[in-house]
Design a protein around this ligand. Structure first.
Ligand SMILES: [Zn+2]
Length: 179
């Protein structure tokens, strides 16, 4: 049962295991955003057993400052940014390759701006050429990700991400305004 921790400003900070949540609760650092989840967790702590299957979201009572930190364009991070979708044809698949938009043989570097997720058929079609040379086009301009990007790590947790988006809608808050 992963637990999503929000900053006091409601921006997602991290996902923690439940034993870490118990520590934060005992130190009175966090509050639940949902009352029925709070009751279920408190019962779980009393019983020393968690049977909750719902996503759990807690909010820090005091805001922490998050340093802006550059993330490296690793394969895993590129796949997260591109949401496991081929950036040429839009196909969603786990069987993706990393494509250098400007091929390495032509001096293309391994940067956020030059790496995209690419399915095998598109990769085969593109080969060592530029997209425009083979009539291909990127779906969107590739940009770097920063760890402050709201919910970046949440891409790994679809259920928590969905719960977080629902929470924002129901709370009618605009996190981007406070970013
Ligand atoms: Zn493709």
């Amino acid at each position: 049962m992963p637990v999503l921790v929000l900053n006091a400003s409601l921006q997602p900070l991290s996902v923690i295991p439940e034993r870490r949540l118990v520590v934060l609760l005992s130190k009175q650092k966090v509050a639940f955003v949902d009352d029925s989840v709070r009751r279920a967790i408190e019962e779980g702590i009393d019983a020393r057993r968690f049977s909750l299957d719902e996503p759990v979201i807690v909010q820090l009572l005091a805001n922490v400052r998050v340093p802006r930190m550059a993330l490296r364009p690793t394969r895993a991070n590129i796949m997260l940014r591109d949401e496991e979708t081929c950036q040429y044809c839009g196909k969603h698949t786990r069987d993706l390759t990393l494509d250098h938009v400007i091929p390495r043989s032509r001096g293309g570097e391994s940067t956020w701006e030059n790496l995209v997720a690419c399915c095998r058929p598109c990769n085969g079609r593109k080969g060592n050429r530029l997209p425009q040379e083979v009539g291909m086009k990127l779906l969107k301009h590739p940009r770097p990700l920063h760890n402050e990007f709201a919910g970046f790590f949440l891409l790994r947790y679809p259920r928590l991400r969905e719960a977080y988006e629902q929470f924002l809608t129901s709370a009618q808050v605009d996190v981007s305004a406070s970013a």
